[in-house]
Design a protein around this ligand. Structure first.
Ligand SMILES: Nc1ncnc2c1ncn2[C@@H]1O[C@H](COP(=O)(O)OP(=O)(O)OP(=O)(O)O)[C@@H](O)[C@H]1O
Length: 208
């Protein structure tokens, strides 16, 4: 469950950004739409605990993020949140499988391998496992970003502009993959975008 109330943020010398309240039950999906510059990425960073609000409350599951210090926030994010970012979070020196294994952590073991293989199969990346990330096509990198955001079965997946630069066909595919994978992982899903093509895929929407 994601719950925010009266969230406000201001960059140094920037205007005050105020965000509508969010109430998202477990396993549900939410689309946050808005034009460029309105504060979408800032809200996503607040939800991920990467920025701290000026005021307001933010709860994910039973945890109030404002009660955590930096280190606890990092630990909480690593375990409970999955990020699918505009700028991909790959380690270029590693191949696809190594990137995924690193994200899963040391304890993943046999179950982790099963999960990894099932996920890459569903995302059509099974033949790319031993390739360096830089050798993947843009579409493959986009699917790897989804895999990295969800492989650890987080409570909440946050996706920032996942359909940017995609044609209509790939836009549909990426949204469907995100929704399907979130359902399989029993993760709540929040997508932030200025891409109004995505609107029809979500009943639950907030406009900034
Ligand atoms: N690091 C920063 N320092 C100062 N101001 C910033 C910083 N990052 C963003 N801003 C400003 O805060 C506002 C919100 O930015 P944000 O990136 O959250 O918008 P956005 O809706 O995600 O935009 P876009 O769709 O173009 O990515 C904008 O006016 C932006 O110029």
């Amino acid at each position: 469950m994601v719950h925010t109330q009266d969230l406000e943020f201001a960059y140094p010398e920037g205007a005050l950004l105020q965000f509508p309240d969010i109430q998202l039950p477990t396993n549900e999906h939410l689309l946050i739409l808005g034009p460029s510059g309105v504060g979408k990425t800032t809200l996503l960073y607040l939800l991920a605990g990467l920025l701290l609000p000026k005021s307001g409350q933010l709860r994910i599951g039973d945890t109030s993020l404002e009660s955590l210090n930096r280190k606890q926030l990092d630990q909480f994010r690593g375990k409970h949140i999955g990020l699918v970012f505009q700028k991909y979070q790959f380690i270029g020196a590693l191949n696809v499988e190594e990137n995924l294994r690193l994200r899963q952590g040391r304890k993943a073991g046999k179950e982790g391998k099963k999960r990894r293989m099932a996920l890459v199969n569903r995302l059509g990346l099974q033949d790319q496992l031993h390739k360096k990330v830089s050798a993947l096509s843009q579409g493959q990198q986009q699917r790897l970003a989804i895999a990295l955001g969800i492989i650890h079965m987080p409570d909440l997946v946050l996706a920032d502009e996942p359909t940017a630069n995609l044609d209509n066909d790939n836009c549909e595919k990426v949204i469907n993959l995100l929704k399907e994978e979130a359902n399989i992982s029993k993760s709540s899903l929040i997508i932030i975008t200025h891409d109004y093509r995505v609107m029809k895929h979500f009943d639950n929407r907030i406009e900034l």
